[in-house]
Design a protein around this ligand. Sequence first.
Ligand code: C2G
Length: 443
Amino acid sequence: MFTLRKVITYGTFDMIHQGHINILKRAKSLGDYLIVGVTSDDFDFRRGKINVQQSMMERVEGVKGTGLADQIIIEEYEGQKIDDINRLDIDTFVIGSDWKGKFDYLSDYCRVVYIERTQGISSTQIRSQHNHIRLGLVGNAKRLWKVANEAVAINGIDIVGTSGGEHDSCLGELPDYSFNELIDKSDAVFIESDVKDRYEQVNYALNNGKHVLCDLPMSIVSEKQHELLETARQNNCVLMSGIKTAYSTAYYRLLLMVKSGEIGDVVSVETTCTSLDEILKMPEYMKNNVWSSMDAWGATALMPIFQILGTNYMQRRITTKKLDDYFDIFTKIDFVYKHAVATAKVGKGVKSEGEMIISGTKGYVYVPAPWWKTAYFEIRYEDQNKNKRFFYELEGEGFRYELINFLRAINHGRTINYTEDSVINEISSVCEDVYKSKNVEEI
Ligand code: C2G
């Protein structure tokens, strides 16, 4: 009786190239049926492969396109290979010689063959040829330092220097330029400066054909936010919102689950983001450099509300506690929608539990503090036995995910739209009201 000799091999297969094709061909020649395991995006993140350019679906398409795979499966977790080999009745496991010795343990389950890697070609090399971008960092040194630290791990990003970072030794190795000089030297800029400075900076960069990743709101005046999005379109530049929570795997998964009806119809969204800087005790001259509640947290706290419930609410009520004309130490924003309500609370100088709760007709999502660094969340039901917990890894502060998406958007001219323009515009409209004490109640 003829039994199919099954071969399996695994890989990321990012931007499929001749090296991949060679190994797939060789693998196929060792049996009758070839199964290719393509890594999921999460799995790659977890194992430290953070600069993969193509999405899982694109990589699967790439492998399909070779016509060599008889079956494609997804590799999602550590230890899956043994399961696959048993489950799929595999005779031979094939992997490139760069992994020599690493998979010997699989020989208890099937034959293990290491195949000589094709010299002179790799995804890393293709990536760095394709996407070499020179990135400039604009803003306060302490914040930029975190970004710079995470950016060095990303293949294809070269940090050219900073602007505004001169007073901090952490950034000592990076040259500090005037803003215009930095724009000259960069292809793209990361802007995390004070809200008051952002509009001029973003506008200048876009008009000079540079791509921009900027914190929200990008202007104190919401009309100018609209204008910037338009300028970006006219100049064919990427203008991306820099709310890093939006790019974390856990948060993105959570959104998809809520939108696909996991908790039924959403009836309420509550978010709280606070931090204590002891602003009240600070001398006057230092207060200038401190971000207010809305500066620091407004965009993050409002984002899930607008992403889940949309921006067509019927009423909004803002209650704020201010230190001076501009600086709010606490603000609470309530929305009434046709079928739902929402509340965002932000504080800088007031502390609270930084959690997010999304309530629905079938259950609710609970994200414990600090929810904006989402790595874990729960979906809870009336029947506790049905509760589900979700864990994801979040490396560093999460800047790397937004930088990678920024890079992808620049190189491919497209990206998953993490924060829609309507969300960006609405965030700036709320911020403007708080900044200008317009339509707000002060307490
Ligand atoms: N490969 C090769 N020659 C190259 C480049 C890659 O033979 N010039 C091989 C690799 O050795 C691997 C396969 O092509 O067997 C896929 O390579 P990658 O996409 O880089 O994936 P990798 O990170 O090696 O994934 O758990 C093991 C992983 O799933 C293997």
